[in-house]
Design a protein around this ligand. Structure first.
Ligand code: ATP
Ligand code: MG
Length: 389
């Protein structure tokens, strides 16, 4: 029995984007994502992508799970290929769908005739297939308004395709079609969600993490890697830069006024992140900031961190409530990991009374005793890279 996975592109998203770049990138991403599910061929025709297994060892369930995480897909389904003649369609539909049809009470058939030379119209195909199903499963009833299951028959160029229902795709744009950006990743709830949100809009991801051993432990670093591996199921492989931040934090603690610790630390993070991002050809930074969530995420706080960088800083969660962020965090299976109680470099040197209305000149004054260029240079030289997939 020959089955395939049939994929519908996110059509609306194609507007204004070069369609073949969109489709080719999507196919490349699908190939990577399914590479260990077995042997298969991918073909595209008429805004549909066909994944055709080449033998019985293809792992369909795993493949469908993977496809559900590939951005740029509106809907997908497991479908039966059948010869393009009415006799074959009428025989195959009740046989192939038997398990589904036994377990439901009502159905309707939707036929789509992409090949206009096929000698029956769509309504005729629907009526005939409906009739064949009713005589094979007399307990069933047709309900065109609210059926338990929609049976679809598509007649296309080379064959007909039969399926029950279809699954919703991950939406968004294929990763890579929007370029690349670097996510500043902590071990918290917000930054993995911010990363996922931007990958959904077609950005390939690099990641940057600031670690402050021994104040932060190897467990905290492992947590970040685990979080990125959850995101990578959607975004593909992520190159992670681990930046040693201990010396910088100690310098700040020794030489700057306490109420500015967090702001200066964030300014240092942004400066370093920008240099690493530009060097690796990322077009923007991404953070998990949400307006008003903590003292450094007020408008004046954002203004003083923004002022040290030139490239765009994307903050996809800026208008999201914590509840909305947690919902996505759970959906991408990151929440439990994010909640593990390991220390983050931000929490180690938190001032008791953070500066409430910071300005750029006040921050510059507060950090004036630091040798900023030297500290940045050393941190970048000692940065280590790992690939997460
Ligand atoms: P998160 O849940 O993402 O940790 P948060 O609400 O705890 O966010 P902050 O700790 O103020 O907020 O951090 C704001 C943003 O700064 C984070 O979303 C992340 O993008 C970045 N960030 C914070 N700490 C680090 C770190 N150790 N390494 C890299 N980026 C960081
Ligand atoms: Mg945090």
């Amino acid at each position: 029995m020959k089955e395939i996975i049939l994929i519908k592109n996110g059509e609306l998203a194609l507007k204004g984007l070069n369609r073949s770049v969109f489709e080719d990138t999507l196919i490349r991403n699908l190939k990577t994502s399914l590479k260990d599910c077995g042997e298969f061929v991918i073909r595209k025709a008429q805004s549909t992508i066909y994944i055709e297994p080449q033998n019985d060892t293809f792992n369909f369930d795993e493949a469908l799970e993977r496809v559900s995480k590939v951005f740029g897909i509106a809907a997908f389904s497991r479908s039966r290929v059948c010869e393009k003649n009415m006799e074959s369609i009428l025989k195959t539909a009740p046989e192939y769908l038997a398990d589904t049809l036994k377990s439901i009470k009502t159905f309707k058939v939707e036929a789509k005739r992409a090949d206009k030379r096929f000698p029956f119209t769509s309504p005729q195909i629907s009526a005939k297939v409906g009739g064949a199903i009713l005589s094979a499963f007399p307990h069933l009833r047709v309900d065109v308004h609210n059926p338990d299951e929609i049976i679809t028959v598509e007649v296309r160029d080379y064959a007909a395709y039969i399926r029950a229902g279809q699954l919703q795709g991950a939406g968004g744009l294929p990763v890579g079609t929007a370029g690349k950006a670097s996510i500043l990743i902590s071990g918290g709830i917000d930054s993995p969600v911010a990363a996922w949100t931007m990958a959904k809009r077609g950005l390939k991801l690099d990641a940057i993490h600031f670690a402050s051993p021994p104040y932060t432990s190897p467990r905290a670093e492992q947590k970040v890697k685990t979080l990125l591996s959850k995101v990578a199921l959607y975004s593909g492989t992520i190159k992670l830069a681990i930046v040693p931040f201990t010396e910088i934090q100690e310098e700040i603690a020794n030489k700057c006024p306490e109420e500015y610790f967090t702001l200066i630390m964030r300014r240092m993070m942004m400066r370093i992140a920008e240099k690493i991002a530009v060097y690796h050809k990322s077009g923007a930074l991404i953070t998990g900031e949400s307006l008003g969530q903590v003292a450094s995420q007020t408008l004046p706080g954002i203004a003083v961190t923004d002022s040290v960088t030139q490239i765009p800083v994307l903050r996809p969660l800026i208008g999201s409530d914590k509840e909305e962020i947690i919902k996505i965090s759970r959906k991408i299976d990151a929440f439990e990991t994010s909640c593990l109680p390991y220390e983050d470099c931000c929490t180690v040197f938190t001032p008791k009374h953070p500066k409430t209305r910071p300005t750029i000149p006040l921050c510059e004054e507060a950090e004036s005793k630091l040798n900023i260029e030297e500290l940045i240079k050393k941190a970048i030289e000692e940065t280590e890279y790992v690939f997460i997939d």
